[in-house]
Design a protein around this ligand. Structure first.
Ligand code: 3H9
Length: 697
């Protein structure tokens, strides 16, 4: 018996270089007559994270050994192989386990084929073996979701043979000593599902194609995956594997996969901040210099405050919410209870867990209860004076080592820090509504914010399972600052005679879950106007349509009328319905302001909105507000629904070609005015190559 340990830190990725070593070890075990069985296990706390995604960016080097070669060696051997899994087994890692004869795992293990999230499909036999093991329908569901699934569920599905409570390697070794028989999955016939006859295959395949997004709008890999599973059902194993390999190769070079792989790596770059020491960069939560957050405080029990409190409670951190308004507190209590009960209904929490989480949020009107909090986040009204008062008060109450954060979406962190005697411990933590659901967190660095405070903020982000992006302290930070320009163009288009419904439809067709007008309705037109006032831009628009809508109490979705109207009977009151009243208001005000009506193409709509984002993003890079183009992309993918298969606005600029984007922005500047002045960075990148790259600027 031979134990082969996958050991390629940090995640035992099956790179070409590592596969060459692995292949050698496997062939040595096969050649050794004293070895009757082979056990695979993993070092570094996991089985394997799958293929090395970096390898996909290069052409396959001549003579390279890949996971497919490793798996073929396992498959061809007459000796039994056992996968002993502890931790995650993903992608090619799970495909290796599927080529084994037995698969056993510890209860904490998670297994998955997440390739779809990278715009790929399992390309090392996974699409052919899984339908043979658990049926095509269950296999498709498993691969289309791409989640890392807990061992208990994987056992139920029939992918695992056994869950081992004790030492999984010991159990595998004892299993190997029994010399179990070969059980090649490749020798099985694929089925659809226990209750479905094989004749139903065409129907099941057609249904699956209908259920995923269109090929040109985020569904490219999903359709190819369905094709591969169809091959598993219709073709002998060897032909199916060949079809899978062809489909995989098409996907690896697709724009969507390149974009999704960019998002994957950009996400992992986020906490690498120049100036923070190496240990903090890699493992902020482990660094001694980060502060432990054992108790959190929130000021303000509004929508934002309750969402933030739930987020901390979900991560096991007790939290005190301070608000003197009884009505707001009652509402917040109901929101919190409702949220946890919903999770019980969905089977995500037990009654007991829901009760415990609910208990870990305390509401009070007594600010002194914040005294021993390690971190307090204020979520009060967006007004500079109110915020300053809150910070001054907190500074007098919270223990000196406690961090003070603002959840402001726009305002100056330095002004708040100046109201305290601990500016180095003041920062912005900008959550997005609803805070307990939205994955994005902007960490705003003030002039005096210390490295320790920042490192702690990244550790908090990780603890709360957020994508934490660092932003400089500038009005609107990264996300909102860029969205102002995006919405500005949407508004300008409406003033020029394009209906809000059409603008939104074009952006939805690009892949956003909603268009800019529906988004404005969701966040509230009154909020939009308030922010314009804070920015000193209210009343500077070409028309006063926004002001009029707010005066008419058309505040957006919450008022069942904004740029669109809403009807409780249509999409639970959340579906925007075009409203001719608003369209007429735009037409009438545009006429008064002397704005000529223009006929625009869908392409112009898309370009004006997306290039406004790109131009502002380039300014933010130039000004140092955003560290990297990838950081901006993460903000937009996770905070604003930018379609991940386009990689985020800055990646999209590269996809289109920066030179082309720049030229178009110059044309917009000439046609529409100085708001379109291109950033110097954009000009430089556009000039540097024919197809310049912002990613490498
Ligand atoms: C595949 O398998 C294709 C096959 O079907 C067919 C082939 C023919 N490759 O996330 P973390 C790096 S496709 C390269 O912070 P965690 C990551 O960049 C693959 N690098 O840790 C980071 O580097 P750095 C299918 C990878 O503990 C470091 O490892 N598999 C890969 O929070 C730590 O990462 C997947 O899609 C990789 N595959 O989570 C799994 N994975 O330190 C993708 C990680 O320089 N990976 N890195 O910043 C994951 O889901 C998580 O990383 C994992 C660990 C759960 C493994």
């Amino acid at each position: 018996m031979r134990v082969i340990t996958l050991d390629n830190p940090p995640v035992n990725a099956l790179s070409f270089a590592y596969c060459a070593k692995l292949y050698e070890a496997i062939e040595a075990a096969h050649a050794d007559d004293s070895v009757e069985a082979i056990v695979f296990t993993g070092a570094n706390g996991l089985f394997s994270g799958g293929a090395d995604v970096n390898d996909f960016n290069n052409e396959l080097p001549a003579g390279a050994v890949t996971i497919r070669d490793v798996i073929r060696a396992v498959e061809l051997s007459i000796k039994p192989h056992i996968a002993a899994i502890d931790g995650v087994a993903l992608g090619g890692g799970l495909e290796l386990a599927l080529a084994c004869d037995y698969r056993i795992a510890t209860p904490r293990s998670k297994l998955g084929l997440p390739e779809i999230k990278l715009g790929l499909l399992p390309g090392a036999g996974g699409t052919q073996r899984l339908p043979r093991l658990i049926g095509a329908r269950a296999a498709l569901e498993f691969m289309l979701k791409g989640s890392a699934v807990p061992a208990a569920r994987v056992l139920e599905l029939g992918i695992l043979d056994e869950i081992v409570d004790g030492n999984v390697l010991e159990r595998a070794i004892s299993l190997a000593k029994e010399i179990p028989p070969k059980r090649r999955i490749s020798a099985l016939e694929a089925t659809i599902a226990p209750d479905v006859p094989m004749q139903a295959a065409p129907f099941v395949v057609a249904q699956a194609h209908k259920m995923v997004p269109p090929e040109d709008n985020g569904g490219f890999a999903a359709h190819k995956l369905i094709d591969a599973v169809q091959a598993a059902v219709e073709l002998p194993f060897a032909f199916g594997v060949a079809r899978e390999a062809r489909l995989f190769d098409e996907l690896v070079h697709s724009k969507a996969s390149l974009a999704l792989r960019h998002v994957f790596f950009a996400e992992r770059e986020l906490s690498k901040v120049p100036g923070l020491e190496a240990t903090q960069q890699c493992h902020p939560e482990r660094s001694r210099r980060t502060l432990a957050i054992a108790k959190a405080g929130v000021v303000g029990a509004g929508t934002m405050g309750s969402g933030i409190a739930i987020t901390f409670a979900q991560s096991g951190v007790p939290v005190v919410v301070v608000d003197t308004n009884e009505e707001a507190v009652d509402k917040a209590r109901q929101t919190v209870m409702g949220m946890f009960m919903y999770q019980v209904q969905k089977g995500r929490l037990t009654q007991e867990e829901a009760w415990q989480r609910g208990q870990s949020i305390t509401f009070t009107d007594d600010w002194r209860e914040l005294a021993d909090a390690d971190l307090v986040v204020e979520a009060v009204f967006e007004d500079p004076e109110v915020k300053r008062e809150v910070f001054a008060k907190l500074d007098g109450i919270v223990k000196p080592e406690g961090l003070l954060a603002s959840n402001t979406s726009t305002l100056d962190i330095d002004a708040m820090a100046a109201a305290t005697g601990r500016p180095q411990k003041v920062l912005g933590l900008h959550f997005f509504v609803p805070a307990n659901i939205m994955p994005l967190l902007e960490i705003v660095r003030g002039r005096a914010t210390s490295a320790q405070t920042l490192a702690t903020a990244f550790a908090i982000g990780k603890m709360l399972k957020k994508k934490a992006v660092l932003s400089g302290n500038a009005f609107g930070f990264i996300g909102n600052r860029m969205v102002f320009d995006y919405v500005r163009e949407a508004f300008a288009l409406a003033e020029e005679g394009t209906t809000p419904a059409r603008v939104d439809a074009v952006m939805k067709a690009f892949g956003f879950p909603m268009g800019p007008f529906a988004m404005s309705d969701l966040s509230g037109l009154d909020i939009g106007l308030h922010v314009q006032k804070l920015q000193g831009k209210a009343g500077q628009g070409r028309t006063n349509v926004l002001e009029q809508l707010v005066e008419q109490k058309r505040l957006g979705q919450k008022a069942m009328a904004g740029f669109f109207k809403y009807d409780k009977a249509v999409g639970k009151g959340r579906e925007p319905i075009a409203d001719s009243v608003v369209e007429q208001l735009f037409a009438q005000e545009a006429c008064k302001a002397g704005i000529a009506s223009r006929v625009v193409t869908d392409r112009e709509i898309r370009e004006r909105l997306l290039y406004a984002l790109i131009n502002r993003g380039a300014y933010l890079l130039e000004e140092g507000v955003a560290l990297r183009p990838g950081d901006i992309d993460i903000v937009f993918v996770y905070g604003y629904g930018f379609p991940p298969h386009h990689g985020g606005p800055m990646w999209y600029a590269d996809e289109v070609g920066v030179a082309r984007v720049y030229e178009r922005i110059r044309e917009f500047e000439a046609t529409f005015g100085p708001q379109w002045k291109p950033s110097a960075l954009l000009a430089r990148v556009a000039a540097s190559h024919d197809v310049g790259s912002l990613a490498h600027a």
